[in-house]
Design a protein around this ligand. Structure first.
Ligand code: GLN
Ligand code: ZN
Length: 757
């Protein structure tokens, strides 16, 4: 009996080979044949990794040249009109990335991960038609290598649920057009082999779905599971529990359910029902979202618990989700502290864990080979070392958290803002920016060389200071009121702080696909967090010394730092976030003591940290707000605290945002006029707001008239006393040639508005 399983494997390549070849192809340096060749090599290598590790269920169709949702849209011929004149790879990549005539399809986050999928565009007018070539080819490709794969596909309810309709109406109205194609697809798949396993991913089931969506499950899976006798269907969910769907699926003729017991412990409530239904349970017990070595003792306890309900014969051991969300292999972490490295497990290492755990659980310790015994020993050792390591536990931090009594700043907003307006003497419609200025090739190079050790500290600092001088001058010339230093010393708003905090680790090659060929390398929090010394004070005070205007200090908030890192799993997220908050509060205190009067604490990732299930939202909001407030609790009443969030859909969370109690919040609104600001008025939002007046995502320079219009729209909603004027977000991806005229126009627009009043 085959007993272990992974949902899917990363595809970008352990040295990002896919990224390299795609980017070379896009820039015209390589032909498509070469791309296909590399893709084949990667698929082969990844299959063999899994086979060698003893994984029984290996997937095909988890590979993609860009994204699996895009592949699925193409498979059904769901091609938006603007791409219909194109073909083949030209069309595929135009849909993903846009071309000179057409904008790319929208991209959005895959549930609560940092992976972005392409959002299919569906229309009632379109006719859809199946083309299963990719799936068929990939299955046969593996078969030729002697590997019999299960076929991964994105399920119909998830596919339709995550698509959008060109007329913005409910996508499920076209469900009847899509479902028959799945029926056909399964027929085609059934011809591939005598017996074949199909993994149908339905992560949409982990959301709070209405009865309309839930009512589709039974007819869909009754239909699909009956297409062919030689197909075994697995329905997989991940990232949360999917109990409502499980309840229905056990009464359909599917073969197995794949559930996540790491991020969806609610699934435990379904065990008895699953057992009674005699369905196979693919138990996701090795974390596919984090980089820690599995704690095998704990996992065996969990499996024993599951085994109390579900027969061993019915259980298959699995990853909690596709391993797409973790880096490839520890092999390339050459310079990492060996103690730390020994605590980690990337995708390749997780294969061994899954294989080992399944052997242990089903056959017992005696069945292990010498090599496996060693692996187990090392696992126990590593977990013990982590439990007791000085690197992880810092008594001082623990004591400080325990004795923490100051949870928020002094003074009510109404009193603070009066003091601030007096002291800072700023006008209505004050202009500012969000923090970063263009990252020039020169500063990138300087940072790189400094890190490598080929640039001295003195020279590095001089280069950064030169940049700041220039940046300050640019802002003064443009007539901006509240200045920033431009963030030249930061490669990334989280990594920069991570590098300076104790308890943070960095990988050399820990790349995770974010979208298309893009990867991120999140830092990881392994221990108690503290701040050995000030992190930003020198740069900010230097910048302040260069101007008589107010220089705004720039920090990243605790929730964002947490959400964009891999986080230790031996403490709850909210405990970790509280430690970060304390470190930030120290930084704020140092900044204000050094004479900085306005400090911005960015919470760009506040919204993406929201849980998938309503029942968990309050808990998240409680600690996220608590920790933002702790992080600014050191601010004196007259120190003005700003925050920034780069989105604008605040309808559901406006009261939470208000409770964060920042004196000023800047947000992204330019692309939607004043629509998204209305909620602020509706709820009587008290604090000041800086709605973006132009879109920074495009190189286009907004005209004065355009910005005037935008400000007028804003003024229809909120009074001028409550408004700041700024771009949508940071300017780091723009060029100075774009930024300077844009800011000048912004300042000019404010002048016109003021003179008209
Ligand atoms: N201060 C940061 C910047 O301007 C904020 C970035 C962000 O919101 N993502 O780049
Ligand atoms: Zn932003």
């Amino acid at each position: 009996m085959q007993k272990n399983y992974i949902l899917g494997f990363p595809r970008i390549g352990e040295q990002r080979e896919l990224k390299a070849i795609l980017e070379s192809f896009w820039s015209g340096k390589t032909n498509f044949k070469e791309v296909k060749k590399i893709a084949s090599e990667l698929k082969k290598r990844h299959w063999l990794y899994q086979k060698e590790a003893g994984i029984d269920y290996i997937s095909s169709n988890d590979f993609s040249l860009y994204d699996n949702m895009l592949d699925t849209a193409i498979m059904f011929g769901a091609i938006p009109k603007r791409f219909q004149h194109l073909n083949g790879e030209q069309r595929y990549f135009a849909m993903a990335r846009g071309d000179k005539d057409s904008v790319a399809m929208e991209m959005t986050k895959w549930f609560n991960t940092n992976y972005h999928y392409i959002v299919p565009e569906l229309s009632l007018d379109d006719e859809y038609k199946l083309d299963a070539t990719k799936i068929v080819d990939e299955y046969n490709e593996a078969k030729e290598l002697g590997i019999k794969t299960k076929v991964n596909i994105i399920g119909p309810i998830t596919f339709v649920g995550l698509s959008k309709r060109v007329d913005s109406k409910d996508t499920f109205e076209l469900y009847h057009k899509i479902l028959p194609l799945y029926e056909q697809l399964l027929k085609e798949i059934s011809n591939l082999d005598d017996e074949i396993v199909v993994q149908i991913d339905e992560p949409f089931f982990v959301k709070d779905n209405d009865t309309k969506v839930l009512s589709l499950i039974k007819p869909t899976y009754d239909l699909l599971a009956n297409v062919s006798q030689n197909i075994k269907i697995i329905v997989s969910t991940y990232f949360e529990h999917s109990n409502e769907a499980t309840n229905i699926l056990i009464n359909t003729p599917i073969w197995a359910l794949g559930l996540d017991f790491i991020h969806g412990d609610g699934n435990l409530d379904s065990l008895e029902k699953i057992s009674n239904s005699s369905k196979i349970l693919i138990a996701g017990i090795v974390d596919g979202r984090n980089i820690w070595k599995n704690n095998i003792d704990k996992t065996l306890d969990l499996l024993e618990h599951i085994g109390r309900y579900v027969d061993n014969e019915q259980i298959i051991i699995s990853s909690s989700c596709s391993l797409l969300h973790v880096p490839f292999s520890l092999k390339y972490e050459q310079n990492m502290d060996s103690e730390l490295k020994n605590w980690l497990s990337y995708a390749v290492e997780k294969l061994d864990e899954i294989s080992l755990i399944s052997k242990l659980f089903f056959e017992g310790k005696d069945a292990l080979s010498e090599e496996e015994k060693k692996l187990l020993e090392n696992n126990t050792e590593a977990n013990n070392s982590r439990k007791n390591s000085k690197l992880v536990h810092d008594k001082e931090v623990a004591l400080r958290v325990e004795n923490l009594s100051k949870l928020e700043r002094d003074g009510a907003y109404e009193d603070r803002i009066k003091l601030q307006k007096e002291l800072l003497a700023y006008d209505d419609l004050t202009t500012t920016t969000i923090g970063s200025f263009p990252q020039t090739p020169q500063i990138r190079e300087a940072r790189r060389d400094f890190k490598k050790g080929t640039l001295t500290k003195e020279l590095y600092e001089k280069k950064m200071k030169d940049y700041i001088d220039e940046c300050v001058k640019v802002q003064e010339d443009c007539g901006i009121d509240v200045l920033v230093h431009g963030e030249p010393e930061r490669n990334d708003m989280v990594e920069y702080f991570g590098e300076q905090l104790k308890g943070y680790g960095f990988s050399e090659n820990g790349w995770v696909q974010s979208y298309g060929s893009r990867c991120v390398k999140p830092p990881f929090i392994y221990g108690d967090i503290s701040r050995p010394k000030p992190m930003t004070v020198e740069w900010i005070t230097y910048a302040q010394s260069k101007t008589n205007k107010i220089m705004k200090g720039m920090l990243t908030g605790p929730v964002t730092i947490l959400n964009w890192s891999f986080v230790r799993d031996d403490k709850t997220r909210d405990e970790v976030s509280k430690q970060i908050a304390l470190a930030i509060s120290d930084e704020i205190d140092d900044l204000q003591n050094a004479g900085i009067k306005i400090i911005q604490v960015d919470e760009a990732a506040f919204k993406e940290g929201y849980p998938l299930r309503k029942e968990k939202i309050k808990l998240y909001e409680d600690w996220a707000v608590r920790d933002f407030k702790i992080s600014v609790s050191s601010a004196k009443q007259e120190t003005q605290i700003h925050t920034h969030m780069c989105y604008s859909e605040f309808n559901d969370i406006i009261k939470t945002i208000e409770a964060m109690d920042a004196d000023v919040i800047s947000i992204e609104t330019a692309r939607s006029g004043n629509e998204l600001l209305k909620i602020f008025k509706e709820v009587g939002y008290k604090q000041e707001v800086g709605p973006g007046v132009y879109d920074i995502h495009s190189p286009r320079i907004p005209s004065v008239e355009e910005i005037v219009k935008q400000i007028e729209l804003l003024l229809e909603v909120l009074p001028k006393e409550q408004l700041w004027i700024n771009p949508d977000c940071g300017l780091k991806t723009r060029k100075y040639e774009e930024v300077i005229p844009s800011l000048k126009n912004m300042v000019e627009a404010v002048k016109i508005i003021k003179s008209n009043q």
